[in-house]
Write a protein that binds this ligand. Structure first.
Ligand code: CA
Length: 224
């Protein structure tokens, strides 16, 4: 899952980026409002963490602009402590949640996970066929077998599990699992999908990750 952080305090921004990357999220950072707004409009982020007080364009304007343009990416606002008006204005303008500064990373992470759960799912554990993934403990199992994944393999599987039974093109995968400086001309995606297959499907009669020739990949139950 790919996250945009728009925050001008470099210390805070790098603290968030580092923490989220340790949780296998792909993170882009912008330190000012105009660029942040542009990035948010031109990339399919899964979540945006938006500071309110920003140079060039403030968070509330960005929020309004995105919602006016029909961009419904979940947005978590970072607000100053105690500013009730900011929170109310933000929520009224279409923010999904807010967090007052200063905050502890564990709370930010809990809110991020909650916002990434889509379509009203309440359980944090992702399930598909006999595959389960717990984003809190990061435990992945297939049937009764525990599967050890690297950070990137984990991020890739999470994306598959949040979009089951959908054809995922290489472009979609690169846009949701890798940062913006990712070179789409490499075969890195195919390489990582193969790593993942070796761990998830190898030795299993029922394959879950399938290739759609010339297009990309799909997580589904039926064998081809
Ligand atoms: Ca700020």
């Amino acid at each position: 899952m790919r996250i945009l952080v728009v925050e001008d305090e470099k210390k805070v921004a790098s603290f968030i980026k580092k923490g989220l990357e340790e949780e296998s999220y792909a993170v882009d950072v912008s330190y000012e409002g105009e660029e942040g707004c542009y990035l948010a409009e031109t990339n399919p982020y899964d979540l945006i963490i938006l500071d309110l007080m920003l140079p060039k364009k403030n968070g509330l304007s960005i929020l309004k602009e995105l919602r006016d343009k029909g961009i419904n990416t979940p947005i978590l606002l970072l607000t100053a402590k105690g500013s009730v008006e900011d929170r109310v204005a933000g929520l009224n303008a279409g923010a999904d949640d807010y967090l007052a500064k200063p905050f502890v990373f564990a709370e930010l992470l809990a809110r991020v996970r909650s916002l990434l759960r889509r379509g009203g799912e309440k359980s944090p554990v992702l399930k598909f066929a006999d595959l389960t993934m717990d984003p809190v403990t990061r435990r992945v199992t297939r049937g009764v077998v525990d599967i050890e994944l690297t950070s990137k393999e984990y991020a890739l599987l999470e994306y598959f599990m949040r979009r089951p039974n959908q054809v995922l093109t290489r472009t979609m995968i690169s846009e949701h699992v890798w940062e913006s400086d990712f070179d789409t001309f490499t075969n890195v995606i195919d390489v990582y999908v193969n790593y993942l297959r070796n761990k998830i499907d190898k030795g299993n009669e029922k394959k879950l990750i399938h290739t759609i020739r010339g297009v990309g990949y799909i997580l589904k139950e039926q064998n081809d």
